[in-house]
Design a binder for this molecule. Structure first.
Ligand SMILES: Nc1ncnc2c1ncn2[C@@H]1O[C@H](COP(=O)(O)OP(=O)(O)OP(=O)(O)O)[C@@H](O)[C@H]1O
Ligand SMILES: [Mg+2]
Length: 237
């Protein structure tokens, strides 16, 4: 199966006296879709921020694709974040002063390396998320579900090997939610991409697609059994 793509050892994150993550160990492989669950305030977003290189105030070791994140300087970390990680935030986070296409392009504009065929990539990824032809519209003219698709398109633009999504279906109706789930599954299952996808979710439909479900309890990650519907349940992978 090869080495884990993400390796976390003894990860702790404290805010003042509160120890939100407490010596967490975690191994993630390419091609898996892992769901993180846990009650509000249990540290789910905090964990994603560490994995995505957004937060460096942690203790312990976090290695992604063999690179110890603590060894990266600010610009190397920014490049890692924008080129190797696809991030879907809890509430979409689109720039309202930019068009849909410009929002999607953002990660490609960080660093000096030019991304070849950027325009075509943007068109392709918008078509993939079901928003063809909306390139020049402003986010304000889109529905909540469509905005979330733009956020997913941005995360998938550069086919990152690590995709981190925080409640990506949280504000969506069942149909839009299922479309977003299908996109995340495709990123992990497509043999060309085999992204390692980590989703924080309360959505049983999304958790049911996961190869593993992990629960954050008292700063620790524990295996959770997926609550699958009894009728027509898939067998565990
Ligand atoms: N920058 C920060 N400074 C201080 N405390 C923080 C900071 N970020 C998070 N926390 C605290 O850490 C705890 C975990 O927050 P986190 O956002 O990770 O929770 P969560 O599991 O994502 O919750 P939710 O399901 O509500 O999104 C909370 O008690 C929060 O107040
Ligand atoms: Mg959160």
């Amino acid at each position: 199966m090869g080495d884990p793509f993400v390796e976390v050892r003894g990860l702790s994150r404290r805010f003042g006296e509160a120890r939100v993550l407490d010596a967490v160990d975690l191994e993630l492989r390419r091609g898996e879709l892992v769901a993180i669950v846990g009650r509000s305030g249990s540290g789910k977003s905090t964990l994603l921020a560490v994995l995505g290189g957004l937060d460096r105030g942690f203790e312990g070791r976090v290695t992604v694709d063999g690179v110890d994140l603590a060894t990266l300087g600010d610009s190397a970390l920014a490049r890692f974040r924008n080129h190797r990680v696809g991030l879907v935030f809890q509430a979409g986070h689109l720039r309202e002063d930019m068009t849909v296409a410009e929002n999607v392009e953002l990660p490609a504009l960080v660093g000096d390396a030019r991304v070849p065929d950027l325009e075509r990539r943007v068109r392709d990824v918008l078509a993939r998320v079901g928003l063809p032809g909306r390139d020049h519209d402003r986010p304000g003219t889109l529905s909540g579900g469509q905005r979330q698709r733009v956020a997913v398109a941005r995360a998938l633009l550069l086919d990152p090997p690590l995709v981190l999504a925080d409640e990506p279906t949280g504000s969506l109706d069942a149909d839009s939610g299922n479309d977003v789930i299908a996109l995340l599954r495709e990123a992990s299952e497509d043999p060309e991409r085999r992204a390692c996808v980590v989703v924080v979710t309360h959505d049983p439909a999304l958790a049911a697609c996961a190869s593993r479900v992990l629960r954050l309890v008292d700063g620790k990650l524990v295996e959770a059994t997926t609550e699958r519907p009894s009728a027509g349940a898939e067998s565990a992978a």
